[in-house]
Design a protein around this ligand. Structure first.
Ligand code: SAM
Ligand code: SF4
Length: 462
């Protein structure tokens, strides 16, 4: 596979280090600089509880220095499960006859978005299977993005649409950019060439290099916020993480930009997928925690995303270790949002099974009770703080004041417009607590914004 030096990765996979060496690496992380692949490999092989605890503490420090206490919330919107690829682990795979196929119409996309707006969502990740005609794909994605942005409920609109879809050529990416997408997200699934070829048996996805090229094409089209990640469970996680870091090194060297986000999906059972009945490289919760912490230390500037594939318990733990964005109240079924969607997890149109079935309000209240600031912010993308601009702010920890202020503004809006009295009370308590830690100019500006919110003005940001 392009850019991935398997020989080098295999030579690092079992590298052992003394406690002193681990301490020295962790000392370096305090400067918030990227780690070398060798240092990351050394952290990945740690297995004793004492050193693991040190890694977790260091990750919590870095997370707090860069992003503070804000946690960005988003929701996926599955628009189509039609797919002509054959990924053995996915419920949407072309050979799966058990699944009911559904491609949402534009009217359905608008009505699903309206449903999500009524719950308080502001950030959507569009997800789709891949049809055979690339022209049909890009036209549908663009129409879907326009539909999501056009939906509104009482003046509330979706602020940012990200998209997780198949690779495309530069011209098509330009159309996506023009339609106003935030992040283009694509998972390499596995960076291990042999495993990749075994698991993707037909369709355009069968070519691993074509998939890797997607990020290059996106950059060439001017999309500078990209999200990447492996699907954990397909191959040895230590290999996958080092290969992911190698991919990032390639991107940084070639384009001076790394990924805006890294996702860490763990494979889940999928209807009709025999492969997911017996996952050979399943990642344990302990290893999962180490993966998130090592990623946080290795690429401090990047957002780390966790989805509702994971249960609420592990999601809470990982927030401390480095996760900065989570999905909430998700459905992985095209057309799956309705008042019963969180109670039914067994749809014949779903991609895989979900674990965290809490509502947006429950997740928001739970974050607040742990002193995290739930954030519905999309300011960076609207203020051109993307790509290199974003990284220049995030690397030294200068993005934090923007994030914290915007998180408090969007939280106040959410509390006023959507929350129950109990969540409101909790939320205002948190806002007052956070205010005490702000400097004077920030308090003054926050108070001005708050006055406007009380007057009914929405969607202001710094
Ligand atoms: N079709 C596009 C693609 O493959 O890139 C985008 C949509 S696909 C539904 C999004 C992601 O779902 C895939 O990249 C894969 O990592 C993930 N996925 C597939 N099957 C899964 C499973 N059984 N459990 C968890 N995640 C899965
Ligand atoms: Fe299709 Fe994507 Fe699922 Fe593969 S992972 S079958 S390409 S939807």
């Amino acid at each position: 596979m392009k850019h991935i030096d398997e020989v080098k990765i295999n030579s690092l996979i079992n590298i052992k280090s003394s406690e002193k060496e681990i301490d020295e690496i962790l000392e370096k992380t305090k400067s918030l600089k990227r780690l070398s692949i060798v240092d990351s490999a050394k952290l990945m092989t740690v297995s004793n509880a004492k050193d693991l605890k040190k890694i977790y503490d260091a990750a919590a420090f870095v997370k707090n220095e860069i992003y503070g206490k804000r946690v960005v919330l988003f929701v996926p919107l599955y628009i189509s499960n039609l797919c002509f690829n054959s990924c053995l682990y996915c419920g949407f795979s072309v050979q799966n006859n058990l699944i009911e196929r559904k491609k949402l119409t534009i009217a359905e996309i608008i009505s699903q978005t309206e449903f999500l707006l009524k719950k308080g969502h502001k950030r959507i990740l569009l997800v789709s299977g891949e049809m055979q005609s690339s022209k049909e794909n890009i036209n549908y994605y663009v129409e879907a993005i326009n539909a999501v942005y056009s939906a509104q409920i009482n003046g509330n609109k979706i602020k940012r649409v990200n998209i997780n879809v198949a690779p495309m050529d530069v011209e098509s990416f330009k159309k996506l950019k023009f339609a106003g997408i935030g992040t283009y997200q694509i998972f390499q699934e596995t960076y291990h060439d042999e495993t990749y070829r075994k698991l993707h048996i037909s369709g355009t996805k069968a070519d691993p290099d074509n998939r890797l090229d997607a990020i290059d094409n996106a950059f060439k089209a001017g999309i500078d916020d990209v999200g990447i990640g492996p699907l954990l469970g397909l191959y040895d996680y230590r290999f996958e993480i080092l290969a992911l870091l190698m991919h990032i090194e390639y991107l940084e060297t070639t384009y001076s930009i790394g990924p805006h986000t890294i996702s860490v999906p763990r494979i889940e059972p999928a209807l009709g997928s025999k492969y997911t009945e017996n996952i050979q490289h399943a990642v344990s919760d302990e290893d999962f925690k180490k993966i998130v912490a090592v990623l946080r230390l290795s690429v401090p500037y990047t957002g780390i995303i966790l989805s509702t594939r994971e249960n609420s318990h592990i999601r809470d733990e990982l927030l401390d270790l480095g996760v900065s964005q989570i999905s909430a109240a998700s459905s992985v079924t095209p057309g799956g949002y309705n008042d019963n969607s969180l109670k039914h997890n067994d749809s014949k149109k779903s991609q895989f099974a979900l674990s965290d079935m809490r509502s947006l309000e429950e997740i928001t209240a739970s974050l607040i009770s742990k002193n995290y600031i739930p954030s519905f912010c999309a300011a960076c993308y609207r203020r051109n703080r993307t790509g290199e601009n974003f990284m220049n702010l995030a690397k030294p920890g200068d993005i934090k004041p923007f994030c914290e202020l915007n998180a408090l503004l969007t939280l106040k809006e959410y509390l006023l417009d959507f929350a129950s009295p109990k969540t409101k009370e909790l939320g205002y308590e948190l806002i007052n607590k956070c205010k005490k830690n702000l400097n004077k100019p920030d308090i003054t500006s926050l108070e001005k914004f708050f006055e406007n919110i009380d007057k009914g003005i929405r969607d202001e940001y710094v």
